[in-house]
Design a protein around this ligand. Sequence first.
Ligand code: ADP
Ligand code: MG
Length: 687
Amino acid sequence: MASDATGEATAAEVPPADVIGIAAPRRRFAVALTPARRRILLALVLLAAALFPIVHDNDADIDAVANALSYAILALGLNIVVGFAGLLDLGYAAFFAIGAYTYGVLSSFQLEPLWSSFWEPFAWLGLVARMAQSGGPDVVHFTLSFWLALPLSAAVAAGFGVLFGAPTLRLKGDYLAIVTLGFGEIVPIIVRNWSSLTNGAMGLNGVAAPRIFGYSFGINAEPFYYVGLAMIAFLIFVSFRLRDSRVGRAWMAIREDEIAAGAMGVDLVRFKLLAFAIGAGFAGMTGTFFVAKLQTATPEMFGFPVSVMILVMVVLGGMGSVLGVVVGAIFLQLLQSWFLEDLSGWIHSFGRLVGSDALQRVDLVQAIELIFGIILVVMMLFRREGLIPANRRTAALTLQEQHAEVRRGAAIDLRGFGQERTDVPALEVRGVTVRFGGLTALQAIDLSVPAGGVVAVIGPNGSGKSTLFNAITGLVHADSGSIRLYGEEILGLPPHKVLVRGAARTFQNIRLFPELTVLENVLVGQHARLQTGALGAVLTLPRTRAEEHAAREWAMQIVSIFGNRLTPRLNQRVNALSYANRRRVEIARALASRPKVLLLDEPTAGMNPAETIELASQIKQLHTLGLTIVLIEHKLDVVTQLAETVIVLDHGEKLAEGRPEEVRQNEQVLTAYLGRSAGAGSAGLVE
Ligand code: ADP
Ligand code: MG
């Protein structure tokens, strides 16, 4: 590091990679969009959007933009499912259909049951009307208001989202995609064939236009445009609020690494269902809007090509990027309704000019699916993150930033870290056996960790150490035995519940959420200790704000345990960090959950000697602060320095147990580790 002024300038320009430990970002954000500037920009865009129909008084164009807005809402909804939670849904249009028919059926002449006194209260509420028929008994006419239908169809679609999601969301990746594809096919087929409810392929007739203060929208594009604009502004707001909350972080954690998310306390099924339901809700609302605008609904409006189109919009705009998907959707929709027709016209005239028959027959509007396909391929090849990427790229730190003095985790308040009872062991494993088919990975293992103790687990590769951690944290199923945390049985609990009970872990092969920042990773660690749900996130009442603020404070405190290693990098994405720093983030993330027992799987693996010494002293510090630790470790000097007790595993069996010095002398241990006896010297083991 240079100390004189000239030297410092060069050093800051070319930071040595090993000190910084971050890959140089591909490019800096071209314009620094501060929150204030962003707000001004957004206000300008909204103003322009509000003035558009006044300035450009062309009904067809306004109508096209209103349609584009409804696709943008669909893209926003799908973005929650695919972009935030990482669940590939190929049948999203099914929810669009459900919302559409909810309003369509309840405000048209499709169903006309005979009038009876049962309908009186509904008539009184204005949901139905009594209609006289010439030469027959009176019938019911459904007259659900459009304004009421918006939330109702959102709720109905969300309900179906839960219904479809519950059995399928346990599936992963490709399987989920295929099942959703199935739903996307089934719904339009049901719609087509259930003629009594939907009028089949002929389409619903006489769907009522929205009315407000006695004024009917009719087929005027303008009022629909403004309703669409209001809806999209509202849903962009909702998307942002969700994204920046505990809920959004949980979704992104699932997207980034499902196993780690579960181990950090995220209830996978619940949060996936939530994403599915909210995404479906957006689509349901759009369905109502769309049908009210067209005043009919046919099954073709909701087929597989529509699902694909919405997905292309999301991919084009940038998965997970709220504004990106809106831009992507509006762009693609207007491309279809405006530019392609003009473009085809130009090609035709060009064809006439050069006398080419083929060129005169080109119809780009018909080729839209081909164009979507090309867009997908091009995006995947050249810009996978979309037009407006969700990820904020962060610039590398300057040397000054890296060496900024940071208060070391001295003032940290570790209450909540367990040790509430001392009459039972913090962790007690009894007779745990794990089999993978024919392989017995663990054979009747016993392990007892006293409150406030540090126990190390050592053994050659493949001896079952990680499997022991997996069994404790619920990631693998133990065939027999018992695992108690402060006397409470945790065996058989899913990972997120184990974390809630107080066992947090790190993984041998670091499992962070790579696209999230250091701060966000550590905040996900607190997931189970926070309360904010989807509604709370959208409303952001003072209570939520206070909770979020406290969570951030706690994250900073935890991170400060590692001195200035992580603190200056709080807003960097973790995939830009050095290996050692990623290990530290993983430990910080586990600590953030206020565990009673911390399980560290080879925390110093891949670290150089200096980093190892530093981390060992930090682990020791945690121990002095009262944390109970189980440590898998290969470096025996670290084990000797930290652990009070060591257990040695070999081929799934416990070979030895005792104080580190004793175990180091054990003949069997030496043979297992080095394949030679104590007489041959134990230098290799000690190193
Ligand atoms: P260690 O952490 O001590 O190196 P592990 O616990 O990872 O060892 O592995 C113990 C044994 O169990 C190995 O033989 C490994 O191949 C096997 N094993 C671990 N996980 C699984 C799994 N999910 N399915 C099948 N075999 C597994
Ligand atoms: Mg292992």
